[in-house]
Design a protein around this ligand. Structure first.
Ligand code: DC
Length: 210
């Protein structure tokens, strides 16, 4: 079974994807981490957001070190912004496409399928996924959740800046030419504004064959 989970930044899609994977015995791939990994590699190389060229970004994507994708440094707002910028470069998307399809088609040993979460999983990466979800929530609620999460992790962040950054990231992800963020025609929409994690998971599971 292959499940695609797409949605806006900080909508809860990552949490949903992880929970579905654990509950259904499927492997999980956070595809945002791939773009964050590329963005982070460029930050480490000293590039600012204005200096990135398709050439450097493509190289960073082709040489991505998958063992670094769990690094907490990838979760910062800066890495998220850089990820969204490199994600608009077609060469980067192309370089990461095969790895994502490969993971879904041949999940790690012991798993019967996979859950992938991102922005274009149901539309571009895995258009034939068995179940597709599109997760969203009101901007103010997403900003509030992300701010609390970052503060809990020890980052000094303020809600207004986080809200502005999330809005800018969604806008960039939705308006790029290649693989923009949008629901697949056959996606099940889940608005998590008024749902806690358990309700969100329960709602999604009711649409999954078990
Ligand atoms: O899900 P996330 O916040 O970790 O994703 C970071 C950025 O990566 C996001 O702003 C856009 C990009 N991304 C993408 O373009 N396609 C994906 N499948 C996943 C993420």
């Amino acid at each position: 079974m292959i499940i695609a989970v797409d949605g806006t930044a900080a909508s809860g899609k990552g949490t949903l994807a992880k929970r579905l994977a654990t509950t259904l015995g499927l492997a999980h791939l956070d595809t945002g981490a791939l773009y964050r990994g590329v963005g982070y590699a460029l930050i480490i190389e000293g590039f600012s957001t204005q200096e990135i060229t398709p050439y450097h970004a493509e190289n960073a994507a082709k040489n991505l070190d998958f063992s670094l994708l769990d690094k907490p440094e990838l979760r910062t707002p800066e890495a998220g912004e850089m990820a969204s910028i490199v994600a608009a470069i077609p060469e980067v998307r192309q370089a990461l496409l095969d790895a994502q399809r490969q993971f879904a088609q041949s999940p790690p040993e012991g798993f019967d399928g996979a859950v992938l979460d991102g922005r274009d999983i149901g539309t571009v990466v895995l258009p034939d996924a068995d179940v597709k979800f599109f997760v969203d929530a009101d901007l103010a609620i997403r900003a509030d959740r992300r701010t609390k999460e970052l503060i809990n992790q020890g980052h000094a962040v303020m809600l207004p800046e986080i809200q502005t950054a999330l809005a800018a990231r969604d806008e960039r992800d939705m308006s790029r030419k290649q693989a923009p963020l949008k629901p697949a025609e056959d996606a099940i929409m889940i608005d998590t504004s008024d749902l806690d994690v358990e309700m969100m998971v329960k709602t999604a599971l009711s649409h999954c064959p078990q």
